[in-house]
Design a protein around this ligand. Structure first.
Ligand SMILES: Cc1cc2nc3c(=O)[nH]c(=O)nc-3n(C[C@H](O)[C@H](O)[C@H](O)COP(=O)(O)OP(=O)(O)OC[C@H]3O[C@@H](n4cnc5c(N)ncnc54)[C@H](O)[C@@H]3O)c2cc1C
Length: 447
């Protein structure tokens, strides 16, 4: 199933009622057709229309705006790329880390400017980021990463000792942390819906419940086939993230994997008091397969990730649920914060994220300059997809800018192998990442 109805996320439950735009009926001609109504697709429409108001632009979304990862995520707008500094330096070298971090700083800032400048109603705050160490091994890993980024001249990422971390967020598990002020939190579904409003406001067309079943090259343009009609376009954008393999043109550049989340009931003040968390920081741990968590404006704890990463044969997209993954998160809450051990869980959900073979994001042309794609942000695409929209705009307008020179753009993407080798490779990578996490944690009490 390509567009299953997932378990409703917390965000879906608390974001109010919603009226989708009507599906496409009949044929329309545009300059640029964008497939995908997530942050990347909606913001590309907005950035394009602002740059060239005369362009005819249409966004086609299979379900509703924010149906994909954009509306279901952990809500962290952050500078992290892929699996973080150490892994990126190992895979792609130090200069890449430096250039990628500069891009991501700009991405977080762009997202904030957009939200504040356009007054988007999405519960935006910018509380900063803690990457907490829970073992001596993780202390060494984080301190190594901090020394690496500081040697590259990157500023604004520092080590803080256990006492200082616990003064902010008091978990008995915290032994120190990496601290970075540049992190934003939002309600991601509200943000996606607001971005649809912006795309419409600048004059783009948005068709919801309009799955594109095929993209055909027709002479100098494209035909995008949908159940109710077709879009005839000069240029096309595949802003389809973890769904991109469904299109032959994008092929095996990425594969979907699934991450799972839960949310508690709103927590009474006396339950949160032992934890403090006055600054409402976004927190990840130092694992490869991170846990990520925050508190919402109504004081729910929202947590996701951990060792449960879903993989499906053939890149099937029906992988949004995992009982064992949700149970693990429930236990992890009590392990981190004993005062929340019995907190009631009200929401369980999951969603697909996009993974390239080398765990690095990619944006670029597909063959000639008439088709552009964006994918592979792993679990760190909230801020990035906002800046990617400006990069895609520049690619479509065939402008060479500092964005089109960034290290993610038009890079060589190693394709995943065909099945069954793809599944074997994905399972192998996941097993390696889990084994490394286990090695860092083997002296820990269970949790
Ligand atoms: C549970 C979860 C937690 C995450 N947490 C974080 C986090 O805290 N911080 C962070 O930075 N990142 C996080 N991520 C990743 C982040 O959400 C994504 O990288 C980002 O939202 C990608 O945006 P996008 O617009 O590229 O893709 P998406 O939001 O996935 O949008 C793609 C859209 O394309 C549509 N589509 C696909 N195929 C078709 C078709 N044939 N026809 C029409 N429409 C189609 C889909 O329906 C979908 O809406 C998380 C991801 C998940 C799943």
């Amino acid at each position: 199933m390509q567009f299953p109805d997932p378990s409703p996320s917390l965000w879906l439950d608390i974001s109010g009622s919603y009226t989708p735009e009507p599906p496409l009926q009949g044929d329309v001609s545009v300059d640029v057709a964008i497939i995908g109504g997530g942050f990347a697709g909606l913001m590309t429409a907005y950035e394009l229309k602002r740059a060239e108001p005369s362009l005819q632009v249409a966004v086609l979304e299979a379900k509703e705006a924010g149906y994909g990862a954009s509306g279901r995520n952990g809500s962290f707008g952050m500078t992290v790329v892929g699996l973080g500094f150490g892994v990126m330096a190992m895979l792609r070298g130090k200069q890449f880390v430096k250039d990628a971090h500069a891009y991501m700083e700009r991405a977080v800032d762009r997202m904030g400017e957009l939200i504040q400048g356009e007054q988007l109603d999405c519960d935006y705050i910018r509380p900063g980021f803690l990457r907490a160490a829970t073992t001596d091994g993780y202390i060494r890993r984080l301190q190594h990463d901090i020394a690496l980024v500081q040697s590259l001249g990157i500023k604004g990422i520092d080590w803080i000792e256990a006492d200082a971390v616990r003064a902010r967020v008091n978990s008995p598990r915290y032994l120190g942390a990496m601290w970075e002020p540049r992190l934003a939190l939002v309600n991601p579904l509200k943000l996606a819906r607001e971005e649809k409003r912006l795309a419409l406001r600048v004059g783009a067309q948005v068709f919801e419940n309009t799955p594109v079943t095929e993209v055909r090259r027709m002479g100098a343009g494209f035909w995008l086939m949908t159940p109710g009609g077709k879009v005839i376009a000069k240029k096309v954008v595949f802003a389809t993230n973890a769904y991109s393999h469904l299109f032959g043109q994008v092929g095996r550049r990425q594969t979907p994997a699934f991450t799972y989340m839960i949310a508690t009931e709103p927590l009474a003040a006396e339950r949160l008091a032992p934890i403090s968390w006055q600054g409402r920081e976004g927190i990840e741990d130092a694992r490869n397969l991170i846990h990520y968590y925050r508190v919402t404006p109504d004081n729910r704890l929202v947590i996701g990730g951990g060792p449960a990463v879903g993989l499906t044969y053939g890149g099937d997209l029906d992988g949004d649920a995992d009982e064992a993954g949700w149970r693990h998160l429930e236990e992890h809450i009590g392990w981190l914060f004993p005062s929340l051990k019995t907190a009631r869980i009200t929401h369980r959900w999951g969603g697909p994220f996009s993974v390239t073979m080398d765990l690095t994001p990619a944006v670029g042309y597909l063959g000639d300059k008439d088709a552009v794609y964006s994918l592979g942000c792993i679990g760190h695409g909230v801020s990035m997809s906002h800046l990617n929209a400006q990069t895609i705009r520049d690619l479509l307008l065939e402008r060479q800018t500092d964005l089109t020179e960034c290290p993610f753009v038009n890079r060589r993407v190693i394709p995943w192998p065909p099945e069954p080798l793809r599944m074997a490779a994905a399972v192998g990578i996941r097993a390696y990442l889990r084994a490394e996490d286990w090695a860092y944690e083997r002296k820990l009490p269970k949790g």
